[in-house]
Design a binder for this molecule. Sequence first.
Ligand SMILES: [Ca+2]
Ligand SMILES: [Ca+2]
Length: 149
Amino acid sequence: MSLVPIFLLLVILMIGSVQGYVSYDYKWRGNRKYYISREHESFNLAKMNGRCKQLGGYLVQIDSREEHELVQHITNYVNGRGPFFTGITDEESEGRFYSYNDKRAAKYLDWRYFQPDNWWNEDCVAMGYHGLNDLKCGNSGRYVCEVPV
Ligand SMILES: [Ca+2]
Ligand SMILES: [Ca+2]
């Protein structure tokens, strides 16, 4: 796990209250919001990306180390357990990870140790305490939306 610089703590303001989500306002460089769903549900890329679209965004794409650390931080410290699904998947071609929303190759992948292992065909990627892990897309979990503002 990487140490999160203290400035991240200062620029994330928890604002709380969209129905069904915990939301974070990220102001340093980013100008974007992240929404973490509260309930555990069977994950589905199309369905959850559609819900993120209703918020004005998409399932989170992780484009940089900075964004990875930010998303890892907010999922580590939000109330309740994960897994916290992202929009990263390799469902079209095994081992080639891309962002579901725009179909572009994933730019930054910081995996947990021994991952990705594609264990019994895992094609959806969740953020965990020690980095990314591929999981079965239908697993029960929460998900993260990214909304440009
Ligand atoms: Ca896979
Ligand atoms: Ca895995």
